[in-house]
Design a binder for this molecule. Structure first.
Ligand code: PLP
Length: 412
């Protein structure tokens, strides 16, 4: 008998029969509140009727039309729609299937545009599992150990993880910026540095919002040295943080934005956006792939962006995020294991620590498992595995946030 590879280690025993909105219906007859959203993907909830209708209609027209051979209308519509939400000046877009592919493409773009080799990523960052994306990833050793050597030209700079250092945020930011300067001027040279890549909120690394002043400091150094600033919005983008882009929390404009996950409510598609001038530094053939910008996924993405605008889902993410955060902080008052409660919008997390303040992965894992018995699905993250992340869909209601918080309290 053929079985699924054990590499696909499942965090819950749930087998889905069907799903709707914030809920997954298991083949065991149980109904689970899904605060995992397929790892931050089902932004408009499971099977939003508009997304389903758009995909169904598109399947009957054309499923696949390779975009370097013939163009299809959903991709043209999506490009126009993205133009309404992308930062000013990032007016050139192309498409892949996954976050990792988009990360790879952004690295190639930065190197081709500058003619320089090095890419600087940050401690705790997660950028994917392809060889280049994994090389930039330090959200946990499991993502890169055992198959080295990986891509060359990667430098990892400190991230201002104030809670872990036991510092106040300003001290952590000053330290991380000084370390970045040291890396750029002493360890290596800006003349060798093509790009910075950073998430607006570290995702798998522990749901750590990147402090605006840190992001602004990186922008300033990118400008000073002619380095391409890549914002990896794969997990934090498309409304999840309560603003459309995660980097909207800071006063910056990136050179490249990468988006995926929530963009099409579950259909695989990713987009890479930059200025036309920057994009022109890469040549045809250097980017893209057979399935990139699939027609059905593009139609679902257009429907997703429409739903997000029409149902005010970015505002809903902000409001429901405040309720979720307040509820978690209320629980934290009586639970010393909840060392840090943090996040933005509907990207919230709890970092668990033991009595000595050290990472406590066992507690995070035990609560995540106990939550399943309370019909609540959660995921862990963090380089030490001691963080529970809470990622409801952007359509989540106040009532569902309350149900989730009650279940979480019973599981804790
Ligand atoms: N970048 C970020 C910030 C992510 O969170 C992820 C996936 O979790 C990726 C890149 C990789 O995306 P994918 O798994 O679609 O390749």
């Amino acid at each position: 008998m053929t079985t699924l590879s054990p590499i696909l280690k499942q965090a819950t025993p749930v087998v889905v029969d069907h799903a709707k909105g914030s809920w997954i219906f298991g083949d065991d007859g149980r109904k689970y509140l899904d605060f995992t959203t397929g790892i931050g993907v089902t932004s408009t909830g499971h099977c939003h009727p508009d997304v389903v209708a758009a995909a169904q209609e598109q399947v009957g027209k054309i499923i696949h039309a390779q975009y370097t051979t013939v163009m299809h209308k959903p991709l043209m519509a999506l490009t126009e729609k993205l133009g309404e939400v992308l930062p000013a000046g990032l007016d050139s877009v192309y498409y892949a299937n996954s976050g990792s592919e988009a990360v790879e493409a952004s690295i190639r773009l930065a190197r081709m545009a500058t003619g320089r080799p090095n890419i600087v990523a940050f401690h705790g960052g997660f950028h994917g599992r392809t060889v280049a994306a994994a090389s930039l990833t330090t959200a946990g050793t499991k993502f890169r150990s055992g198959f080295s050597p990986i891509m060359g030209g990667v430098q990892i700079a400190p991230f201002p993880y104030a809670f872990r250092y036991g510092w106040d945020e300003d001290t952590a930011i000053d330290f991380a910026l000084k370390e970045l300067d040291y890396l750029l001027t002493t360890v290596s040279s800006p003349k060798d540095t093509a790009g910075f890549i950073i998430e607006p909120v570290l995702g798998d690394g522990g749901y750590l919002p990147t402090p605006p002043r840190f992001l602004e400091g990186i922008r300033e150094r990118a400008d000073r040295h002619g380095i391409v600033l890549i914002l990896d919005e794969v997990q934090a983008g498309v409304g999840r943080t309560g603003k459309f882009w995660g980097h909207d929390w800071a006063d910056i404009t990136p050179d490249v934005v990468i988006t995926a996950k929530g963009l099409a409510s579950g259909f695989p598609i990713s987009a890479i956006a930059a200025s036309g001038e920057l994009m022109a530094k890469a040549w045809p053939g250097s980017q893209g792939g057979t399935y990139g910008g699939n027609a059905v996924a593009a139609a679902a993405a257009v429907a997703t962006l429409d739903v997000i605008a029409r149902e005010n889902l970015v505002a809903n993410a902000a409001e429901r995020g405040r309720e979720l955060r307040a509820g978690l902080e209320g629980l934290q008052n009586d639970d010393p294991r909840m060392g840090d409660v943090r996040g933005l919008g509907l990207m919230q997390a709890i970092e668990y620590v033991d009595a000595d303040g050290n990472p406590d992965a066992a507690t995070a894992s035990a609560i995540q498992q106990a939550a399943i018995a309370e019909d609540l699905l959660l995921l862990t993250c963090g380089s030490a595995g001691n963080v529970i992340r809470v990622i409801p869909p952007l359509v989540v209601s106040a009532e569902e946030i309350g149900i989730g918080l009650d279940a979480f309290a019973r599981a804790s």
